[in-house]
Structure formats: structure tokens, C-alpha cells
Design a protein around this ligand. Structure first.
Ligand SMILES: Cc1cc2nc3c(=O)[nH]c(=O)nc-3n(C[C@H](O)[C@H](O)[C@H](O)COP(=O)(O)OP(=O)(O)OC[C@H]3O[C@@H](n4cnc5c(N)ncnc54)[C@H](O)[C@@H]3O)c2cc1C
Length: 499
């Protein structure tokens, strides 16, 4: 075995990891980043994101600090309602049903803006999230939902800038280098064993930051912790987040934390790759217009109220419901009145769909119980109530007399051609993780920091339960990554490398 020595080793090379590496380097540490994947598959789930990043801000002028290229003329046409720390915190508490740990949630929220500015200072480029978070009103562009910021060129752009900054700062990155074990002396973590090209390498360090994702890409652990049916879920992002960091930390005495039986998931194209394809990043397989559809399973049964609410509030739980259906598949059905209203992802060449002039012809194309399928569509059509149809607001145009009901956006499926989009469930990340404090230190079973061990990103448990407010994953990675890097580097003077 060969031995190496660094001040701080960061395990993983996604957003959280590179924020940790950069902040530790800023504090003067000599830093090594370990990436399990090859160079062309670096960047983790962060690479696959849409780049939406949720930040607390008070007015457009705050946002302009990270987008200096926004002209006065453009700014004059924008309505940007305030989304302060309180709003952000409330959103986290609402979607997690009050379970998010207040210490971590407050840290995330209160540090979000300064972290965004810090990222900008390190070359990350941001732009306005016009497509998904704004609408035209009285000649102005009005933003909604507290998510006006995204990284330029999505997750691909974010990771490109972070890697280029890491290189500029002289941070070493090893590829195809999986951390497999933590080293420790008298309970103090002092390094990591790395497997690279079949060799084992020992790297000593006074701080190890784990930022290597949760266990969403590990079939066995998904099935063990979340539920048997999760073995069949599609992995929307990287194949490398198999729970290694959590496992290593638990072996070193760390405390489990958060919702181990929970994960974030969505309805995704049935033919999406089984794990994220690094040549096709950018969240292109989701199918988020289902509130305008009816969704039927293979047996021809509906199983959720598709129009219960806007998709922001239902998509995470409906992914899970699709997974429970026979064959883990459902069909979103649209007619030609609704087809032009669907989101952009339905027009991509990657989208799988069936199309036919009549409903009978359409259903004959699907591997389903044709009789029950047509019966359910007919019953639905008969249950649709009169009323004005407004796809951009909760219009209350619903059904009567069927179970489950469709509460909003119920339009008869009657004008050909007709479309069926097959969907299954894609897991985004699992919520179970480690217990860390608000400085990024990993806590042991007694609640005390394990000297020399830090964690950030997806592998922190206790922030997200049931769901997360979109855009908070990247922000959590950035905030806790930066903090963990600073804390690990600050430990340089106190944690002398023992070996
Ligand atoms: C399709 C998709 C779209 C998304 N869109 C958004 C969005 O728009 N906004 C948002 O906020 N969130 C989004 N998310 C969630 C977001 O991706 C995550 O919350 C966030 O990126 C996690 O960052 P991370 O740094 O913790 O993990 P990752 O970015 O996944 O990084 C983990 C890294 O660890 C490496 N690794 C794993 N094991 C080892 C090991 N043993 N040794 C060395 N390296 C290892 C992996 O290869 C990877 O590089 C999306 C997720 C997906 C899948």
C-alpha cells in the first residue's frame, strides 16, 4: 500500500463536496477530492440537476448581486416578491410536516444568501429561472414560489465552474478512487482507505469530509430501509451514491439520523435509463403535467387524485404511488385539447408515448386490461362537472361520483388524437443519513462530534422528511459543504494527524 498525506480529504465530487473542498482550500488546507466515478461521470446528482437553487432574499437587488449582467431595463420589467428567511423556513417546515430539525433548517436558511454570493465569488454563474418560476402579467414578468435563481447551464454548468475553480486553487482530484474505510486512532478520524484500479491506498488527513451522497443507488439498501418495492425504482441521478459514506461513518461510531424510510421520488418516463445517463443530464425524463391528465394502471384503475393540487405539492408523493402499481407503471392519458398545454419535456425526442385517433385504438396499443381501461375513462368522462377550465390556477373543475375524484382540471377526454405517456417511479435521493451539527461535524451516538469527521449534502439526515422544497438540495449541499470545509480546515491546528 502507498501512503499519502493531505490536510483535508473530501469524499465525493458533487456540489457539496466541491464547496467543502474550495472552502477548506480558502482556509489554507491542502485538499484532496476523491471521486468514485471516472472523470466523464464526475459530479454526482448535482450534475443531473436543473440547477434550481433556493435562496432567501428580500428584493430583486439582492438577486442582482449574483447576476450583475441583468440590465436596469430588464430589472424594470420584473416583479420579484420577497422570499425571506421566514418564508424559506416555513416552506421547509410545511413540506416536512414540521419534522425538519430547527438547528439545521435555520442554518440552511440563514446562510443561503451569503453562500450564493460566495459561490458567485468562485465563478459559479447564475441566471433567472424564467421558464419554470415566472409568468407574464400586465406586460411584466412575475416570479412565484421563492425559486427565481438557477445556475447557468443547469447542473452541468454548476459542476463545470466548481471543477474549474478547484483546479485553479490547486485542489487535487482523484478519479475512480472510492473511499472504502475511515481510519482512526483512539476514536479520532485521521484518514481514509481508497480503492483505485484494484489497489488500496492510504490517505492520512486531519479532517475527512464525507459528501458522497445517500444510498438511493443501492438496490439492497433501498429495499431494506425504504420498502421492498423500491428495488424496482429508476435512479434519476448518479449510479455511485450507494451509501458508502454513511456506512463508513456508522462503522466509525456515527449516529443515524432523519427519515431512513423516506426518499424523494417522482413520476418519470417508463423508458428512462435505469441509472442517470451522464451523456443526457438535465432532468429530461420527468413527466410533470399529470395534473392535467388521468393516470391509469395496467388494470385500468385510477389510483390518485391527479388534480388534488399544483404539481409542486403532489409530485413527490405520486412517484411513490406509481411504484406501488402492478408492474410499477402508470399511463398518463391526454387528448388533443390538453396536449398543447403540456410542459416542454413532453416534446423531447426522449419522451415515450403512444398516440392514436380513437381511445379504443390507443388502448389497444397498451399492455393493459383494455376493457377496464376504457370503462374507467368512460366513467371519468361521465363524472366530469361543468365549469371553467384554468390550467394555471386551481379551477375547482372536478368530478362527482368516482373514486378517487379529480378535484381540479377535470376535462373530458374526448377529442382525438389521444396520447398515453407511460411513467414509472424515479428516486432522486434518500432522506436517511448522519447526524451532524450546524458546523458540519458528524455526531456520535452520545451526540458529541467525532473528531476529524465532517459531512455535507445528501448524506445529512434530519433536514428533509417526506419531501423538500425544490431547489433546497443544492443549497443544503452548498451551505453545509462550505461550513464543513471551513470547520475541517479550522481543525488543522487542533487535530494533529496521528498515525
Ligand atoms: C435528476 C435530478 C434533478 C435534480 N434537480 C435539482 C434541482 O434543480 N435543484 C436542487 O436543489 N436539487 C435537485 N436535485 C437534488 C440534488 O441533486 C441533490 O440534492 C444534490 O445535488 C446532492 O448533492 P451532493 O453533493 O450531496 O451529492 P452528489 O452531487 O450526488 O455527489 C456525491 C458524489 O459522491 C461520489 N461518491 C459516492 N460514493 C463515493 C465513494 N465511496 N468514494 C468517492 N466518491 C463517492 C459520487 O460519485 C458523487 O460524485 C436533483 C436530483 C436529480 C437526480
Amino acid at each position: 500500500m502507498s501512503d499519502f498525506k493531505y490536510d483535508v480529504v473530501v469524499v465525493g465530487a458533487g456540489n457539496a463536496a466541491l464547496c467543502a473542498a474550495i472552502s477548506a482550500r480558502e482556509e489554507g488546507a491542502r485538499v484532496l477530492v476523491l471521486e468514485k466515478g471516472p472523470e466523464h461521470k464526475r459530479g454526482g446528482n448535482s450534475f443531473f440537476t436543473d440547477g434550481a437553487i433556493r435562496v432567501a432574499y428580500h428584493h430583486l437587488e439582492d438577486i442582482r448581486k449574483v447576476m450583475p449582467e441583468l440590465t436596469d431595463e430588464e430589472a424594470a420589467n420584473i416583479v420579484m416578491p420577497e422570499y425571506g428567511e421566514e418564508d424559506y423556513l416555513q416552506d421547509i417546515m410545511r413540506v416536512t410536516e414540521g419534522k425538519s430539525g430547527p438547528e439545521l433548517a435555520n442554518q440552511l436558511v440563514n446562510r443561503s444568501f451569503e453562500t450564493l454570493v460566495w459561490m458567485k465569488g468562485h465563478g459559479v454563474k447564475f441566471e433567472l429561472n424564467y421558464d419554470n418560476q415566472s409568468f407574464e402579467k400586465e406586460g411584466k414578468r412575475e416570479f412565484w414560489g421563492g425559486l427565481p435563481v438557477k445556475t447557468e447551464n443547469k447542473g452541468v454548468g454548476l459542476m463545470k465552474q466548481l471543477f474549474s475553480r478547484a483546479e485553479e486553487l490547486g485542489i487535487d482530484v482523484w478519479y475512480e478512487a472510492a473511499a472504502v474505510e475511515l481510519l482512526s486512532v483512539d476514536g479520532d478520524v485521521n484518514g481514509v482507505v481508497v480503492e483505485q484500479n484494484g489497489r488500496k491506498i492510504i490517505v492520512y488527513a486531519s479532517g475527512v469530509v464525507l459528501a458522497c451522497g445517500s444510498f438511493e443507488a443501492n438496490k439492497q439498501q433501498r429495499s431494506q430501509y425504504i420498502g421492498e418495492e423500491w428495488e424496482a425504482a429508476i435512479v434519476r441521478g448518479t449510479e455511485y451514491n450507494t451509501g458508502d459514506g454513511i456506512k463508513m461513518a456508522l462503522a466509525a461510531g456515527a449516529q443515524k439520523h432523519g427519515e431512513w424510510s423516506g426518499c424523494h421520488s417522482i413520476g418519470t418516463d417508463y423508458n428512462a435509463p435505469k441509472v442517470g445517463d451522464f451523456t443526457k443530464p438535465g432532468d429530461i425524463f420527468k413527466k410533470h403535467s399529470y395534473p392535467l391528465s388521468i393516470m391509469l394502471n395496467k388494470e385500468g384503475k385510477r389510483f390518485v387524485d391527479e388534480g388534488a393540487d399544483f404539481r409542486n405539492y403532489t409530485y413527490a408523493k405520486y412517484g411513490r404511488e406509481i411504484l406501488k402499481q402492478p408492474g410499477h407503471v402508470a399511463y398518463q392519458i391526454y387528448d388533443s385539447q390538453v396536449r398543447p398545454l403540456l410542459r416542454k419535456e413532453y416534446d423531447l425526442e426522449e419522451a415515450t408515448y403512444y398516440k392514436a385517433e380513437t381511445l379504443e385504438e390507443l388502448v389497444a396499443l397498451l399492455p393493459v386490461d383494455e376493457f377496464e381501461f376504457l370503462k374507467t375513462i368512460n366513467e371519468y368522462n361521465e363524472a366530469v362537472q361543468e365549469g371553467d377550465y384554468h390550467p394555471t390556477e386551481k379551477d375547482g373543475k372536478g368530478t362527482v361520483g368516482i373514486t378517487p375524484p379529480k378535484t381540479n382540471w377535470a376535462l373530458k377526454i374526448e377529442e382525438g388524437p389521444f396520447y398515453a405517456f407511460p411513467v414509472t417511479c424515479g428516486i432522486t435521493f434518500s432522506f436517511g443519513g448522519l447526524h451532524v451539527n450546524n458546523r458540519g461535524e458528524v455526531l456520535n451516538k452520545e451526540g458529541n462530534p467525532i473528531p476529524g469527521l465532517y459531512a455535507a449534502g445528501e448524506m445529512i439526515g434530519g433536514i428533509f422528511y417526506h419531501n423538500y422544497p425544490g431547489g433546497s438540495g443544492l443549497m443544503s449541499g452548498a451551505v453545509f459543504g462550505k461550513l464543513a470545509g471551513v470547520t475541517a480546515a479550522a481543525g488543522l491546528n487542533t487535530n494533529t494527524v496521528k498515525h
